[in-house]
Design a protein around this ligand. Structure first.
Ligand code: F3S
Ligand code: F3S
Length: 105
């Protein structure tokens, strides 16, 4: 189990979470950010600072955001565990669930 970022982050990308993470494991994609599950140490510091409440402990993920648990894992399948978001730079693509999300007006 780990923390995950869910739908409310899409096209918002407030990034307040980035300043809180002690291990730099929150990676930016084109439309939202993702937590690398192998690098997250479950400190929970990011969760309360997100203004749109997009961050959840995996086990507490609301059912309507269920696809985002796997999304935060699967989006790293091509890059693995880069060992730090600031060094690795942004992800080249979003998870398909995120890429297919409607753009809100
Ligand atoms: Fe997204 Fe919230 Fe972080 S909107 S970038 S999860 S502070
Ligand atoms: Fe970082 Fe949040 Fe995990 S602050 S270590 S992504 S719980």
């Amino acid at each position: 189990m780990t923390y995950v970022i869910a739908q409310p982050c899409i096209d918002v990308k407030d990034k307040a979470c980035l300043d809180e993470c002690p291990v730099d494991c929150i990676y930016e994609g084109p439309r939202m950010l993702y937590i690398q599950p192998e690098e997250c140490v479950d400190c929970g510091a990011c969760e309360p600072v997100c203004p749109v409440e997009a961050i959840f402990y995996d086990a507490d993920l609301p059912e309507r955001f269920g696809a985002f648990g796997p999304a935060n894992t699967e989006v790293f399948e091509s890059v693995g565990s880069p060992g730090g978001a600031s060094g690795a730079g942004p992800l080249g693509a979003d998870h398909p669930v995120v890429a297919a999300a409607p753009v809100s007006a």
